[in-house]
Design a protein around this ligand. Structure first.
Ligand code: KG4
Ligand code: ZN
Length: 329
């Protein structure tokens, strides 16, 4: 079974083809980062327009790359939410139209399910059940996964998502958009002992997160110390985020008794986080799984894969399914 996957929930246009027997056949990705850089953040209207421009050429390219014809496709999966509504509607409309024209099922995929399952595309995938830490620009979630489609949310952010906190802090430090990778790079040069930022909600039981206070802390520290403190602030911010995430992951593993942890979403590319989680995983006797770096951030491959699993499980959405900006997992 071969599934075409379309991702347009934010500022990346991703298209891929996943084959249930042969694995990932092809994937292409176009990032709009440069388009939004001048504005210091994503401009939703520009994002939608650019998805419209890029999607059909990318669809042709992915079919060429895989050496396939449209008749070889058994279903079309698209990200139906959560995300920017205009951007989602582009992928949903194109995906559903193709499915209708080709007489194939259309599959509405939850963007976070895509991230959650992305490590299953790799050579050494995790077995079920596992714990998952999803850290992206829009979400921070800890989830207990017993099988495909059975997701129990253990905790999530009560305010800013962790990627959002990275981006906002990066912005106030004068780093460009997207800020996460730039802040991580600056933090490498920072002195870890100069500032100590709070570890939000660690003194309370439970697995929820809160990151908006860290950004304010960073702003106040910047006002008190001036821009030359930038690298040290970046380091203190990242250390606080990484420690908070690591402690909550440890708690989640202990609470569930699970020995496998999947980490996915854009922030899972962060090297400092990976190093700390590695130490924690060894202490808890737990194995940690990541998608390849290119699939930590948004991509079509994870949507094609999730759609394929859903179709194999006998599911598909009617052509009337609507994209949703908000959609609980
Ligand atoms: O999963 P993703 O591509 O999009 C959403 O679904 O939101 O995640 C993007 C987020 C952005 O906030 C970006 O700044 C962050 O992931 N990010 C990073 C790193 N790479 C991407 N944050 C920290 N360190 C990184 N290396
Ligand atoms: Zn994402």
């Amino acid at each position: 079974m071969r599934i075409l996957g379309i991702e347009t929930s934010c500022d990346e246009t991703g298209v891929a083809i996943f084959d249930s027997k042969r694995g990932l056949l092809a994937h292409v990705l176009y990032s709009q980062a440069e388009l939004h850089a001048d504005y210091g953040g994503i401009v939703p209207e520009l994002a939608s327009r650019d998805h419209i421009r890029k999607l059909l050429p990318l669809l042709r390219k992915v079919l060429d790359q895989a050496g396939l014809h449209k008749r070889d496709i058994d279903g079309v999966a698209y990200t139906a939410g959560p995300g920017l509504i205009g951007a989602l509607l582009v992928g949903a409309a194109v995906g559903r139209s193709l499915a209708w024209a080709w007489g194939k099922p259309a599959l509405a995929v939850h963007h976070m399910e895509g991230h959650l399952l992305s490590p299953l595309l790799e050579a050494d995938p995790p077995d079920f059940p596992f714990c998952a830490l999803l850290v992206s620009g829009g979400h921070t979630m800890l989830i207990a996964v017993s099988r495909i489609g059975a997701y129990q949310v253990l905790g999530e952010s009560l305010d800013d998502a962790v990627g959002e906190a990275f981006d906002k802090t990066a912005k106030l430090l004068g780093l460009g958009y997207p800020g996460g990778p730039a802040l991580a790079k600056l933090a490498e040069q920072g002195n870890p002992d100069r500032f100590h930022f709070p570890r939000p909600m660690l003194d309370r039981p439970g697995l929820d997160f809160s990151f908006s206070g860290l950004k304010t802390y960073a702003l106040n520290t910047l006002h008190e110390n001036g821009p030359e403190a930038g690298a040290d602030i970046a380091r203190a911010f990242q250390d606080a985020v990484v420690e908070t995430l690591t402690v909550k992951c440890r708690r989640a593993l202990q609470q569930t008794g699970l020995k496998r942890l999947v980490v996915a979403g854009g922030v899972s590319a962060n090297q400092a986080l990976r190093e700390r989680l590695k130490v924690m995983g060894a202490q808890e006797n737990a194995q940690i799984y990541y998608p390849r770096l290119a699939f930590c951030t948004d991509n079509g491959a994870m949507i094609a894969f999730a759609g394929c699993q859903r179709l194999l499980a006998g599911e598909h959405a009617g052509l009337g399914f609507k994209a949703q900006a908000r959609w609980p997992l």
